[in-house]
Design a protein around this ligand. Structure first.
Ligand SMILES: Nc1ncnc2c1ncn2[C@@H]1O[C@H](COP(=O)(O)OP(=O)(O)OP(=O)(O)O)[C@@H](O)[C@H]1O
Ligand SMILES: [Mg+2]
Length: 479
């Protein structure tokens, strides 16, 4: 039974399109970046404003100190022009001015509230110690206030201190306002980005949709399905890889069908013969023993044929198994070839074929003894089979670069050029009728090819009709 899987979004997990994931990731990134930028801009502007305010206030405090120092030192701060000056400066800076003498007694106050009082304050204390000082306080009722204090110096002596307090809430308000504007611009740009990203991603992910549709069609058995994508990016590469995969899948499918058809056909032929022969024996009445013997001999050879086919098929199935482990052993190829030579000599002699073995070098290889023997035998067996009586088959072993070569040369019927590329296919026979006579099923070479491939080797063929064929088994020399 074939289960067709729909490629889609019907899984239990909620489907979220890559497109959305991408767009939302982009937006999140932009959002975080904009927030960081916004915070940074606000902080920088705030610092600049406050620094500016602080500098201005210090300048003013020094001017006031300089203008009033003689009066402060000689306790004449109640002169009218001094009071007026303090008031004017206070209006100008929009803040409060307090001037104390070196004993912390308030001598000047733009609000006229503390005059004569003792006024002790951290900032005043620092100024009386000769330091310029600044601090920002955040009062619940009046908001953020900056305190700036400077010493009043006359003839290198500290005669008092000037303290200015100014509200800086307006600076915070201003920065907040700017920050809101930046946030608004950020919001608009995010919206624009989202729209652009959405439309761009639509174009980017279009090929993915095409690919998905093609995969769905293939899953339903349409192996002729092709994807055409002209986006010139990774999607195109995926589509090309997909098309190649489908082509391979199609080929494998065809091979599978052919294989099943071939196997059925090959098994049926001997079975039909057996059936006919046995039926003739059953229905015939007056056969003598010789006829029985002849028919039974034929049945026996057909059974042998069936047996051979099945053995070959089982060998192929074994070789096809993915993790077939080779029993690799260091082997002297000379001895191996000698053994094969002795084994096949009688077969050659039966056909009066001169089987010759030429060994010049001793070559050691790491091979699976049994399997490599089978591959070599299959090829020599062909050479004997497809060479006329009285012909010649020559075996040679030699080194060529990193390869050991086993050469099998015959002067037999040869293989037409157009058929050479097919002879390693399963069940392929150049001359079907003739091979059937010689008992061939067309599996020998595909078995040999598989075995040699498993040893990382190759088989090459040179052949000419009527002249003969030469097979080269090339096996890598591994140390
Ligand atoms: N030395 C050769 N000379 C001429 N033709 C050959 C030779 N070797 C192989 N062939 C051709 O290649 C075909 C495939 O060979 P292969 O060994 O796979 O099958 P087979 O010999 O027909 O059957 P099997 O080996 O399974 O009994 C043969 O049928 C034959 O036509
Ligand atoms: Mg063969």
């Amino acid at each position: 039974m074939v289960t067709i899987l729909e490629v889609g979004h019907n899984d239990k997990k909620k489907f979220i399109s890559v497109r959305w994931k991408l767009v939302s990731t982009y937006l999140l990134l932009i959002f975080v970046t904009l927030i960081i930028i916004n915070i940074f801009i606000s902080k920088t502007i705030l610092n600049i404003y406050i620094q500016q305010k602080q500098n201005d206030t210090f300048t003013k405090a020094n001017i006031i100190s300089n203008r009033t120092r003689y009066q402060l030192a000689s306790d004449r701060m109640n002169e009218e022009w001094v009071k007026k000056a303090i008031n004017e400066y206070s209006k100008e800076i929009n803040g409060r001015i307090i001037i104390v003498d070196k004993n912390n007694i308030v001598k000047g106050d733009s609000n006229n509230l503390f005059i004569g009082d003792t006024f002790k304050h951290d900032e005043i204390q620092k100024a009386l110690n000769g330091e310029n000082s600044r601090r920002v306080y955040n009062f619940r009722d009046t908001g953020r206030v900056m305190y700036v204090s400077v010493p009043v110096i006359l003839n290198d002596e500290i005669v008092g201190a000037t303290l200015i307090s100014v509200s800086i809430d307006n600076i915070y308000l201003e920065v907040k306002h700017i920050s809101r504007k930046v946030a608004l611009i950020s919001g608009i740009s995010m919206l624009v980005t989202a729209i652009i990203a959405f439309f761009f991603s639509d174009a980017i992910f279009k090929p993915l949709g095409q690919l998905k549709n093609a995969i769905n069609k293939v899953a339903q058995g349409h192996l002729e399905e092709k994807v055409n994508i002209d986006s010139n990016d990774e999607f195109k590469e995926v589509a090309e890889a997909f098309n190649i995969m489908i082509l391979k899948l199609d080929q494998v499918d065809t091979q599978r069908k052919d294989f099943v058809a071939n196997v059925s056909h090959e098994l049926r032929t001997p079975l039909t013969s057996i059936k006919i022969l046995s039926e003739s024996l059953i229905s015939g009445e007056d056969f003598n023993v010789d006829v029985y013997k002849e028919f039974l001999t034929d049945i026996d050879s057909e059974v042998d044929r069936l047996n051979n086919i099945i053995t070959d098929l089982l060998t192929l199935v074994d070789l096809d198994k993915e993790k077939l482990t080779l029993d690799l052993k260091i082997t002297y190829m000379n001895f191996l070839l000698e053994r094969i030579y002795l084994r096949l000599k009688p077969l050659a002699e039966k056909k009066s074929i001169d089987l010759e073995l030429v060994l010049n070098e001793k070559i050691q290889l790491k091979v699976d003894n049994e399997k490599i023997q089978q591959a070599i035998i299959n090829i020599i067996d062909n050479a004997i089979k497809y060479t006329q009586t009285g012909g010649k088959v020559k075996l040679k072993l030699y080194n060529e670069g990193k390869y050991a070569i086993i050469e099998i040369k015959d002067n037999g019927i040869g293989i037409p050029e157009e058929n050479i590329q097919n002879i390693f296919e399963r069940f392929y026979r150049v001359d079907k009728a003739r091979s059937r006579d010689t008992g061939g099923t067309g599996l020998g070479l595909s078995i040999a090819w598989q075995i040699v491939s498993l040893h990382q080797g190759t088989i090459e063929v040179e052949s000419k009709v009527g002249v003969g064929s030469t097979f080269y088994i090339k096996l890598p020399i591994t140390t």
